[in-house]
Design a protein around this ligand. Structure first.
Ligand SMILES: *Cc1c(COP(=O)(O)O)cnc(C)c1O
Length: 398
């Protein structure tokens, strides 16, 4: 049997066995905040100083993480009233923005009352926000989310250049901006998000340039400069064999040459790139068995905790996340195993035919690059197993 490859283990975790939290009870996610703060520092150094950095909290909304990250970023982007509540616990309303289609009236009201910026996703939503503002006697802060007429090439999830539930078609944005302003809104600017999980540095550079141009075109049509242009993000991280990290220094250098096309404040919003590589999912081997010559390791958690690693969250072809046997990181591979969770479904497969040191019952398996779209993006109620613990380490709080 030939093994299948798995993705690259982030450099920070190649010495996993030396880390003190490894013996914590499983199943668990551990997020190392030292990795997050190093990413933010690198990004700040790479980007032009006038580009604000926002954290899109849907990537990982753990309250302890939000508390730690809030002082290091310039804004939080949320997509529900639940996320907005968590964001307001750690940051002032003026630097929180609320995107997402299908905002309920109650959510719009909460945002306007709190002073959070609503990224308006449709004509209809704009009308509702104005009406609710009028009812409250408050001036809503409204930005317009644009459905761009291009997409982020090479992104795992394309969110532009096509029919979409997100945002307002580029050619209708200027008209809507005028109507919102006439209707009494404080116009906060434009939000343009063209895709997610791109590892193509050149594609990110081209998309950012096109985004600035589109914002400038809309500003001209609307005859007003937007106070803020949120350029989106879409920075990917390596998950799979052959994946190569983005060159954020090249992205920052290229962006610096574009910004003067429009006199405004800029932001980018990132989730995965800030937190994804900082997280490790740990689960324990409950059973080993051989079936028709294939060895299976059965863990105390799987798809119910980590849907993405099983290939069931936005991937077309299932591939192996970076994986290791904890406490045996430096040992040579000894056997080919398929690693599954405890659920009664063949979808619950965390690693397919990987070559690893031998793991016995009781050993811990680590799945890396698990900090984003992990616990909160998995069906934890499915089959009734306990949820994974979530632990933030490396904040310096001890
Ligand atoms: C999901 C999302 C993000 C974050 O995407 P990442 O790939 O995690 O960086 C940012 N902005 C919007 C509008 C989103 O929907």
């Amino acid at each position: 049997m030939t093994p299948k490859p798995f993705g690259p283990i982030p450099a920070e975790f190649r010495d996993l066995d030396a880390l003190p939290w490894l013996s914590e009870a499983t199943p668990a996610y551990v997020y190392d905040f030292g990795v997050v703060s190093a990413r933010i520092a690198r990004l700040r150094a790479a980007l032009p100083a006038r580009v604000a950095v926002h954290y899109a909290i849907k990537a990982n909304p753990l309250p302890a993480l939000l508390k730690a990250i809030a002082p290091l970023v310039d804004g939080l982007d949320v997509a529900s009233a639940g996320e907005m509540d968590r964001a307001l616990d750690v940051m002032a309303a003026g630097t929180i923005s609320f995107a997402g289609p299908g905002k309920r009236d109650a959510e719009i009201e909460l945002a306007i009352r709190a002073g959070v910026t609503l990224n308006v996703e449709s004509e209809n939503e704009g009308r509702r926000a104005l009406a609710i503002g009028e009812m409250l006697g408050m001036r809503p802060k409204l930005a317009v989310r644009v459905n761009p007429d291009f997409e982020l090439r090479g992104s795992g999830m394309k969110m532009g250049g096509r029919a979409s539930p997100f945002g307002v078609e580029a050619k209708h944005v200027a008209g809507l901006v005028k109507r919102l302003i006439i209707g009494g809104a404080e116009w906060r600017g434009l939000h343009i998000f063209a895709g997610s999980q791109s590892l193509d540095t050149q594609a990110v550079i081209e998309t950012q340039a096109a985004t600035v141009l589109l914002a400038a075109r809309i500003a001209e049509e609307a005859r007003r400069a937007p106070p803020l242009v949120n350029l989106g993000g879409g920075f990917g991280i390596p998950y799979f064999p052959g994946d190569v990290a983005l060159d954020v220094e090249a992205i920052g250098a290229a962006l610096a040459g574009e910004l003067d096309k429009l006199d405004t404040h800029y932001a980018i919003e990132l989730g995965r790139w800030l937190i994804g590589e900082a997280g490790v999912y740990l689960a324990r081997v409950i059973d080993r068995k051989v079936s028709q010559g294939e060895t299976f390791l059965i863990l105390d958690g799987g798809l119910n905790h980590h849907l993405a690693a099983t290939g069931n969250f936005g991937t077309v072809v299932r591939r192996n996340y970076p994986v290791a046997v904890a406490h045996r990181m430096q040992d040579p591979p000894e056997e080919i195993v398929t690693i599954v969770g405890p659920l009664c479904t063949p979808l619950d497969r965390l690693a397919d035919r990987v070559s690893l040191p031998k793991a016995d019952v009781g050993d811990v398996i680590a799945i890396f690059a698990s900090g984003a779209y992990g616990a909160s993006a998995s069906p934890s109620a499915f089959l009734g197993h306990p949820p994974a613990r979530e632990l933030l380490v490396g904040t310096g709080d001890a």
